[in-house]
Design a protein around this ligand. Structure first.
Ligand SMILES: [Mg+2]
Length: 250
């Protein structure tokens, strides 16, 4: 499938984290700030890397949450406990204490990507339905969109907690399509996580684009998307361009 076969597309669904705003960068900053305050005697190198580790989630709690095995708050609690063990060998803090420091730092650091508003405006001007499908929670996503300066851009936000299942479960994609009023085969999905986003959407019978903003595409990923005709795009302006909306997105 190439860009030209997107001529039948009537809707576009976007992933949120690291697609609409730079979650990774903000987590790195906020995690280091919280770790420095809560574990003041921990190894400074580990404190500086705590946000990266929090994001990487080495014990896989976010994946378990995505599969519906635990709720959002418990998922976060497990991840904080893991950070505490890693920093000070067993010392842990309450989620309340962690997030009292982490959240303001995260929201302060969170930046929306510059190509979101122009691309979404171009899609909407062309009459395409637009929405967000995220594995994060609905309330948190609304908060993140506002912090990133993207409030009011999207009318429909579908999240793992409100749907009851998450990507790459085909039901999540199909329900999000239903909510924006399009069919899966006519709905383009755009996201940055290879297995969750483009491959998940393709598995749900949808056209997809793999967003790789930093341009680093592992060979395995390149082969996996090429086999399914999924293009790799460096930004959302490229998505609009491939939908034939180059001028409007420029
Ligand atoms: Mg993402």
């Amino acid at each position: 499938m190439t860009g030209s076969t997107w001529s039948h597309v009537t809707g576009v669904l976007f992933d949120a984290d690291d697609t609409l705003y730079d979650t990774r960068a903000a987590m790195h900053v906020a995690g280091a700030v919280a770790a420095g305050r809560l574990w003041p005697s921990a190894d400074p190198d580990r404190v500086a890397a705590a946000g990266v580790r929090f994001r990487d989630d080495p014990e896989g709690w976010f994946a378990a949450y995505t599969r519906g095995e635990l709720e959002f708050d418990e998922m976060r609690q497990r991840r904080i406990a893991e950070i505490g063990r890693w920093l000070e060998g067993g010392e842990t803090v309450s989620p309340e204490a962690f997030f009292a420091i982490y959240e303001p730092a995260f929201h302060e650091a969170l930046q929306g990507f510059d190509d979101v508003r122009p691309a979404v405006s171009a899609l909407q001007a062309a009459g395409l339905a637009v929405g967000v499908l995220t594995n994060s929670s609905g309330d948190y996503t609304t908060t993140k969109l506002a912090a990133a300066g993207l409030d009011g851009v999207f009318d429909v936000i579908c999240s793992r907690d409100t749907l009851g299942f998450g990507k790459p479960d085909a039901r999540a994609f199909h329900e999000a399509c239903r909510r924006i009023g399009t069919s899966p085969e006519a709905t383009l999905y755009v996201g940055d996580e290879l297995h969750t986003d483009p491959l998940g959407a393709a598995g749900a019978g949808m056209p997809a684009a793999w967003l790789v903003r930093d341009g680093h595409v592992a060979e395995e990923g390149r082969k996996a998307v090429a086999a399914r005709g999924i293009p790799v795009v460096p930004g959302l302006d490229e998505v609009a361009k491939r939908l034939g909306l180059a001028d409007a997105a420029g």
